[in-house]
Design a protein around this ligand. Structure first.
Ligand SMILES: NS(=O)(=O)c1ccco1
Ligand SMILES: [Zn+2]
Length: 259
């Protein structure tokens, strides 16, 4: 395989390898398939999303976030390694300047052009998302790899509105979207204990990484890359390579639902 070096010009947010004091469960990681342990008791992940809870999209200067109304249990994930339902708060992506890299997690060192994160918080134990991100079992993030392939029909509704959040701190209304259309058809996943990959990098995440990638086409990824890190009036910097470098596995085991 062609070994491409990633001389990536990382965003200042990630340029320093921020070592969280005492960090022992940081994300992202390289998932070594043969080292993962098959766990037959892990049930499939169950998502119940109400498209009416979709609120808006905003560009916060390092990704674009689709945010949901998390004041009720209308949009939740449960099952698998989760001891109770977790409420959907937002989803966002990480991507590269080209199709050779962009994902945060890797699979046997294989990099994907982008990665989707669906972020949920433990509403049975904590009162708010902000509180949950500080707790070891506070969050559950479903990660989905994106690969280059056929046009993703359902994603296009989101892609079409991205130009309206081109600049940092811009926000636009976005209603009636069910993010389960972005999940792969196959239920197989890996799961491990990790952290947020952006500040505050807290070690509060149960990661659920879907084995099968979804396909998007070149033009759809190109629109992601047309977004800007910068606000109106600032010197324009394209929002690309917004992924954190791989972190050491340390004393962790990745579990899998398949052999
Ligand atoms: N990239 S991520 O899903 O770990 C995340 C969510 C909020 C902050 O960082
Ligand atoms: Zn993320």
């Amino acid at each position: 395989c062609s070994y491409k070096l990633r001389n990536v010009d990382l965003h200042p947010l990630w340029r320093t390898t921020i070592d969280v004091p005492g960090g022992s469960r940081q994300s992202p990681i390289d998932i070594r398939v043969l080292d993962s342990v098959f766990h037959p008791q892990l049930t499939p992940i169950r998502t119940q999303y109400d498209p009416n809870t979709c609120l808006h999209i905003w560009n916060n200067g390092y990704s674009f976030f689709v945010e949901f109304d998390d004041s009720t249990d209308k949009s939740v994930v449960s099952g698998g390694p989760l001891e109770n339902p977790y409420r959907l708060k937002q989803f966002h992506f990480h991507w590269g300047v080209n199709n050779d890299w962009g994902s945060e997690h890797t699979v046997d060192s294989k990099v994907f052009p982008a990665e989707l994160h669906l972020v949920h918080w433990n509403c049975s134990k904590y009162r708010t998302f902000e509180e949950a991100i500080m707790e070891s079992n506070g969050l559950a993030v479903i990660g989905v790899f994106l690969k280059l392939g056929k046009h993703h029909e359902k994603l296009q509704k989101l892609v079409d509105i991205l130009p309206s959040v081109r600049y940092k701190d811009s926000l636009t209304e976005f209603n009636y979207f069910d993010p389960s259309c972005l999940l792969p058809s196959c239920n197989d996943y890996w799961t491990y204990s990790g952290s947020l990959t952006t500040p505050p990098l807290t070690e509060s995440v149960t990661w659920i990484m879907m084995k099968k990638p979804i396909e998007v086409d070149h033009s759809q990824l190109a629109v992601f890359r047309s977004l800007l890190y910068t606000a109106v009036g600032e010197e324009e910097k394209n929002m690309v390579d917004n992924f954190r470098p791989l972190q050491p596995l340390m004393n962790r085991t990745v579990l899998s639902t398949f052999q």
